[in-house]
Write a protein that binds this ligand. Structure first.
Ligand code: ADP
Ligand code: GLC
Length: 499
């Protein structure tokens, strides 16, 4: 199958969160399964440096773009590079005016004002490049609001052209909290007729909504876990889009993300002071733990439970309930390490807790890939008390690294972490700790259960071994995407070109 993946993030080129891990891992797995995949990204200038240097040179394709944005034509170019250690083609939509920025979407907690224009240009750029490069894909896979316009453009404009007449589209929702919502006049930037600005299509409470647009026009929709697929059809988790998701229920599938085991594997991870697998766990993890304690300037103690968290510092991730039980947590004999960046309130709060409790808490504010790996390997337990979590990757990385996750049972966390209840321990399925209520007391009680289990070596060993022995690889998820792609392509015939 010929597949085009369009995304605003992909490792190692550009990343703010899990989207970047997922698009690259999916593209690589589909390629390994024998499919012809092209990945499209905006050309952020940081890509040169991050693309693992010289092994992935950025070159011209000789393809120039002229994209209508409202009443203007904006020029651009298509560049090409490849993923490190892969044959897969990566196409880069280049327009410095839009993408030569310090960050991807926002600076100092404020969104770039022209985000709508930036990603309309990208969405149109992808389709125009696909046409000019004559890629003739069977399927275009868009991700999140940044590419939500692609299914609409495909249906309303491109499907009239013979090369696109059979092309199906899939939209994956990674997080309903980000919808790409803009004021109504931005509708003119899309180049689509105002008649589509209605509640059944692109309009949402008087605004232009690019995620809704994608949901409405895509042939198939996926999200990143089966539980989240159910949750988002409810008022509580639907962020206002639950009616449209419910309406499209038959086209909506939840597929749990996997782990890219070429990036996240304790036996091969170049960031670790000592590599380990399930057999050499005890010595390997002890070395990684000591190194992490040293690095984070915590007392180097073998016996103390070390809990970690690597996260965007956002309301989604449960920092308020952590704060709500911080005093009780610190009354226990434990250490906490945090790595993250985002909301200034949480950054300041955690820095202050670390300053006041230097023996127990260490915080690094920033984005640090290497440290993220060291935390996954060096900690005994991993905290992920999310308010909501479409999938979540770090709990799976933790399982692979023998680090026991403590999570709230929502979204993908509920689909990957099996609580250490008596029954689950007996059946050998338990791999972590989970709690239901979004309350500090519920989190605290889960942490205390984990601390108790940590003191029963056989039980702890069982939890760790279960997590490490499960197959979290992407091949499994990629096959499920192929089923959805096949459905999308089969459904193309039913597309109504006039809608
Ligand atoms: P989300 O996409 O909601 O942020 P995920 O758990 O799906 O959450 O993915 C987060 C990804 O981003 C993981 O690979 C995690 O290690 C990484 N990450 C988040 N914050 C940081 C940070 N400050 N430094 C390094 N990696 C980070
Ligand atoms: C989003 C979600 C996260 C998910 C990631 C990749 O950022 O918040 O739960 O794992 O996308 O799909």
């Amino acid at each position: 199958m010929k597949i085009v993946i369009a995304t605003s993030e992909a490792v190692p080129f550009a990343k703010t969160g899990g989207l970047a891990d997922v698009t690259t891992a999916l593209a690589k797995s589909l390629t390994q399964l024998g499919h012809d995949v092209s990945l499209f990204l905006p050309y952020y200038p940081q890509i040169q440096a991050r693309g693992a240097g010289a092994s992935c040179a950025v070159e011209s394709t000789g393809t120039d773009l002229s994209i209508p944005i409202g009443t203007h034509q904006r020029s651009g170019r298509i560049l090409r590079t490849s993923l490190p250690d892969s044959e897969l083609d990566v196409y880069l939509v280049d327009q410095p005016l839009f993408y030569d920025r310090r960050e991807l979407y926002r600076e100092n907690n404020v969104d770039y004002q022209d985000n709508c224009e930036r990603f309309i240009f990208f969405s149109r750029g992808v389709l125009e490049a696909v046409r000019q490069l004559d890629l003739q894909p069977d399927l275009i896979h868009a991700h999140d609001w940044q590419t939500g316009l692609i299914p609409a453009l495909l249906t309303l404009e491109y499907s009239q052209q013979p090369d696109f007449a059979q092309t199906g589209s899939v939209l994956t929702i990674h997080n309903l909290a980000f919808q790409g919502q803009f004021w109504h006049w931005d509708m003119t930037l899309t180049g689509l007729d105002w008649k589509h600005f209605n509640w059944r299509e692109m309009e949402f409470y008087g605004h232009l909504n690019l995620l809704k647009t994608g949901i409405v026009f895509a042939d198939q929709i996926t999200t990143v876990s089966p539980t989240y697929a159910r949750e988002i059809q409810t008022k509580e988790h639907g962020a206002g889009l639950d009616p449209v998701l419910k309406f499209r229920e038959e086209r909506l599938t939840g597929i749990l993300n996997g782990v890219d085991v070429t990036e996240w594997n304790p036996a091969l991870d170049p960031h670790l002071t000592k590599n380990y697998d399930v057999e050499s766990l005890a010595t390997g993890k002890a070395a990684c733990k000591a190194e992490l304690q040293r690095l984070m300037q915590l007392p180097v103690r073998k016996d103390v439970p070390l809990l970690g968290m690597v996260s965007r510092m956002a309301d989604q991730k449960g920092f308020d309930i952590i704060a709500g039980c911080m005093d009780e947590l610190l009354a226990e004999d434990l250490q906490l390490v945090f790595l993250g960046t985002g909301d200034e309130t949480y950054e300041k709060y955690l820095r202050q807790v670390a300053d006041e409790n230097p023996e127990q808490v260490a915080v690094t504010v920033g984005f640090d890939e290497g440290l993220a790996h060291k935390i996954e390997a060096g900690c005994d337990m991993y905290l992920m008390p999310s308010r909501f979590e479409p999938c979540g990757l770090n709990q799976m990385y933790s399982l692979v690294y023998g680090t026991v996750p403590i999570v709230r049972a929502v979204g993908g966390l509920a689909d990957s972490v099996v609580d250490a209840s008596a029954a689950n321990l007996r059946s050998g399925l338990a791999n972590g700790f989970s709690f239901e209520e979004y309350k500090p007391a519920a989190l605290l009680s889960a942490v205390r259960r984990a601390l108790d289990a940590y003191n029963v070596p056989d039980q702890w060993q069982q939890l760790v071994t279960t997590g490490m022995s499960t197959d979290w690889s992407w091949q499994r998820s990629a096959k499920r995407y192929l089923d959805v792609y096949a459905k999308a392509i089969a459904g193309v015939a039913n597309r109504n070109a006039d809608e």
